[in-house]
Ligand binder design. Structure first.
Ligand code: SF4
Length: 217
């Protein structure tokens, strides 16, 4: 196993050698898991493309994708955290087997587990993965990002034109499997009507959270 750092604070990140990937990082009393740098989308607003993979003091570019054992090692004691969140910069469901294995271990340890996702796993996998997620995930935050397909496609640059409708379908499936579903959108992005996004969440009968650019949550 390669040398995996324990969870690092932003202050510790300053002196972190560049060859030590940040697999787990702490914010707001939560532990965030960075298990891939790959994405289905190519969002124009993403720090990956605009800056330096840095989010709130953490450099999140991975040089190698961690195994489930490496992720668990990086977390340490799950009881230290309010919530453990599969996050990014990258789409966690691109590593579905590792995600499910780690989440199952965390559930056995009594942790609360959340997934932040683009909501395109079913489109990519060509099957409904929400029942598998529902067995090991307590909460899911899905990046709605826009109130319609035109604005979504402009900002998120999906690989297929049907992505937005597939995302909405994923929200419905997730709602049937996971008790706590939240849609998110970034306030202030050109053309994004944050109130219309919130209305959409209400119509789906799920929660909504407006996000601030470059802030993990
Ligand atoms: S899904 Fe997230 S990490 Fe991936 S490109 Fe979009 S903003 Fe960046």
């Amino acid at each position: 196993m390669k040398n995996i750092p324990d969870v690092l604070t932003p202050e510790e990140m300053v002196s972190q050698p560049v060859d030590r990937d940040v697999i787990a990082y702490t914010l707001h009393g939560n532990c965030y898991l960075n298990i891939t740098s790959r994405c289905t989308l190519r969002c124009a607003f993403c720090p990956k493309f605009n800056k330096s993979w840095e989010v709130q003091g953490y450099l999140l570019k991975l040089h190698q994708e961690p195994s489930a054992d490496e992720v668990m090692h990086a977390i340490g004691d799950p009881a230290r955290y309010r919530e453990i969140v599969f996050c990014g910069l990258g789409e966690p469901t691109l590593r579905l087997p590792v995600l499910l294995e780690v989440a199952a271990s965390l559930k056995r340890a009594g942790a609360r587990v959340r997934l932040n996702t683009d909501g395109l796993a079913n489109l990519r996998e060509e099957r409904d993965v929400t029942p598998e997620l529902g067995r090991v995930i307590d909460a899911i935050s899905i990046s709605l990002n826009a109130q319609n397909e035109t604005v979504y496609d402009r900002h998120c640059r999906p690989p297929q034109p049907s992505a937005y409708s597939e995302l909405l379908e994923f929200v419905l499936r997730a709602r049937d499997q996971i008790a706590d579903v939240t849609l998110t959108a970034i306030d202030g992005l050109d053309g994004v009507d944050i109130n219309a996004c919130e209305d959409l969440a209400k119509r789906f009968n799920v929660k909504f959270r407006r996000r601030v650019m470059d802030q993990v949550g």
